[in-house]
Design a protein around this ligand. Structure first.
Ligand code: FES
Ligand code: FES
Length: 166
């Protein structure tokens, strides 16, 4: 069975015919062509596939695309605007919150959701918000520093230095 899926992805309205059993992560990567969202596990364990659905972080590997009609999906691919990184993207860059980078898209989207609802999270709040996201490389300290950097920058306390040059 197939469904006509009408939704918004990174601000762009779309209508697509999708199999009822197609996962949101496969829809985004294969149908929409947005490969920023990663698949890191057999399902529901790592958080690499985290996207925002109506502003809330969700595992795209556990979500059927056909259930997303009428929603607003945001992926890491759509965060930067006019070549300028968002505060959380600059945070990961400045604080070296990314090593192999595989977890980074999910970490960034979960962090972005946190900062939208809590502009000044303490370390516990950051750890809690990222509890569903696994990183094998960084030991998490640099990731937490990246979120703290972004929070400070959003509050006007850090210099914005991470603009894209390409
Ligand atoms: S790929 Fe979705 S949680 Fe790992
Ligand atoms: S940077 Fe490698 S898994 Fe997080």
């Amino acid at each position: 069975m197939k469904t006509i899926l009408s939704l918004t992805v990174n601000g762009h309205a779309r209508d697509d015919v999708v199999p009822d059993n197609m996962l949101l992560v496969d829809y985004l990567r294969e149908k929409v062509g947005l490969t920023g969202t990663k698949i890191g596990c057999d399902g529901g364990e790592c958080g690499a596939c985290t996207v925002l659905i109506d502003g809330r972080p969700r595992h795209a590997c556990l979500t059927l695309a056909a259930t997303c009609g009428g929603t607003d999906i945001e992926t890491v691919d759509g965060l930067s605007k006019d070549g300028r990184l968002t505060a959380i993207q600059r945070g990961f860059n400045e604080k070296l919150g990314s090593q192999c980078g595989f977890c980074t898209p999910g970490m960034i989207m979960a962090s972005e959701a946190l900062l939208r609802r809590n502009a000044n999270p303490d370390e516990d709040a950051i750890r809690q918000a990222l509890a569903a996201n696994i990183c094998r490389c960084t030991g998490y300290v640099k990731i937490i520093e990246a979120v703290q950097f972004a929070a400070k920058e959003l509050a006007g306390g850090e210099l914005a230095t991470g603009e894209l040059s390409q």
